[in-house]
Design a protein around this ligand. Structure first.
Ligand code: ADP
Ligand code: MG
Length: 435
């Protein structure tokens, strides 16, 4: 059925969309269910947003409404906990799949002050496995790129040496697999599997908290690997010392190599990430728009990506160009709250300081260019950064008519394209006001 859907879809959507979003999906059909596996959340959310209805229509058509459609992140590669036979390194080069996400590479990772240390350490580790920093621990809050970097290490190593035994595993999965192995009496196989790895990437170790048996087991695995100088990379949402209910010896062991933190990215980095993410899906995102979003979604990169996905999906759906106004609409519910935070007085003050004029000049009748230009810029910024209407903005600038505000905005828009000085000033001001 999925193959039928594929051929239909291939004819109905553009080939770039098909190749980007549909082709990576893997299908499992059984018991009245069609499960579509996406390689990562980005693809999954995208497919759900853009193609769910279409795919559902097609599956209903081909199955006479007997199939339920389910989306998951994953792949049809054999799942890890099949510890049925012992794999000895001398017998088999590879222990199995690595569970690495190919999209998470160093190339796709945008560097900024907030993550440069973590990125540099990760790249060192990928070049000098087991010899640079062992274990490498990347810690920081959720959605800041820890998992991405961890996969990037694995991908970089495999790109150079495909025979290296690398496994990425989430701590929660490690715990589940261990419990399963204990129940099935295959704990020795489980142990051997992990202890034979060249590189173990284990994500979100805070999940080991309160799970004593797993901590114990992991501690041994971990020590065995370190003794053999095999690389271990860990991530955690906290510094180990701050994880409650984690054995002391693990805490000190986890931080014994190189602990590096990853911080929330600053505005420029957030904007650069957005542009990178857009480029990956062949969307040309204007820097102004990227900054506009970056300024308003300050929390974490995952949220930022969600917002971007929404903007791109809306634009493709409506066939409209991604401008700031369009973005404002598309993200209306996400940003309206924050917009009220940049107030117009602050804009006027910042602009006046920037151009070294008096705040009162902005509202005055003066027609000197040294005054009118900053005034136009300030009006544009007010339009861009606040949710005030044109008449409101006119009022704030000495009771000017709303048509004056509109022409000021249009003028600045033109100048931003044609006059480097204006575009630079505008960009600088936008940046200052956005912090
Ligand atoms: P964490 O593991 O820290 O919770 P993730 O690694 O899952 O965060 O990152 C969340 C999302 O943000 C991923 O899609 C990732 O690609 C993206 N991301 C985070 N930081 C960056 C960055 N510096 N450059 C590019 N993408 C990033
Ligand atoms: Mg993570």
């Amino acid at each position: 059925i999925w193959n039928n859907c594929l051929s239909k879809l291939e004819n109905e959507i553009s080939s770039s969309e098909f190749n980007t979003w549909i082709r990576p999906l893997q299908a499992i059909e059984n018991e009245g269910q069609l499960k579509l596996l996406a390689p990562n959340r980005f693809v999954m959310d995208w497919v759900k947003e853009r193609f769910f209805v279409k795919i559902e229509e097609l599956t209903n058509e081909f199955s006479n409404n007997t199939l339920d459609l389910v989306f998951e992140i994953g792949s049809t590669a054999p799942s890890l906990p099949t510890y049925t036979k012992t794999v000895k390194r001398s017998e088999a080069k590879k222990v199995g799949p690595s569970f690495l996400n190919k999209m998470y590479t160093f190339d796709n990772f945008v560097e900024g002050k907030s993550n440069e240390l973590a990125k540099a350490a990760s790249s060192q580790v990928s070049e000098n496995m087991g010899r640079a920093y062992n274990p490498l621990l990347i810690y920081g809050s959720s959605g800041l790129g820890k998992t991405h970097l961890m996969h990037a290490i694995g991908n970089a190593i495999l790109a150079k040496k495909p025979s290296v035994n690398i496994v990425y595993v989430h701590s929660e999965k490690f715990v589940q697999d261990m419990v399963k192995a204990l129940q099935q009496n295959t704990i020795n196989v489980f142990k051997e599997y992990y202890r034979n790895l060249d590189v173990l990437l284990i994500d979100d170790i805070q999940f080991f908290a309160s799970k004593e048996r797993s901590q114990e087991e992991f501690f041994h695995t971990f020590n065995t690997l370190l003794e053999k100088k095999h690389q271990v990379v860990l991530t955690s949402d906290k510094y180990p010392k701050e994880i409650a209910n984690l054995a002391e010896r693990l805490k000190s062991r986890f931080s014994s190599g190189l602990p590096v933190t990853i911080e929330p990215p600053d505005m420029e980095t957030r904007a650069a990430i957005l542009m990178k993410k857009a480029a990956i899906v062949n969307v040309d995102l204007h820097q102004d728009v990227a900054l506009f979003i970056a300024k308003r979604i300050p929390s974490n990169v995952r949220d930022l990506e969600g917002a971007l996905r929404r903007v791109i999906a809306n634009a493709q759906f409506t066939g409209r160009e991604i401008t700031i106004d369009f973005t404002k609409e598309a993200l209306h519910d996400l940003i309206s709250m924050r917009d009220k935070l940049v107030d117009i007085n602050n804009i006027q003050k910042t602009v006046a300081e920037y151009y070294k004029i008096r705040i009162a000049d902005l509202s005055s009748k003066s027609r000197r260019q040294a005054i009118t230009r900053p005034r136009q810029v300030a009006m544009s910024l007010a339009r861009e950064l606040t949710s005030l209407s044109y008449p409101d903005i006119g009022d704030a600038f000495g009771g000017r008519d709303h048509t004056t505000v509109i022409s000021a905005c249009n003028r600045v828009k033109e100048l931003k394209e044609s006059d480097v000085k204006v575009s630079e000033d505008y960009f600088n001001l936008l940046r200052t006001l956005s912090h």
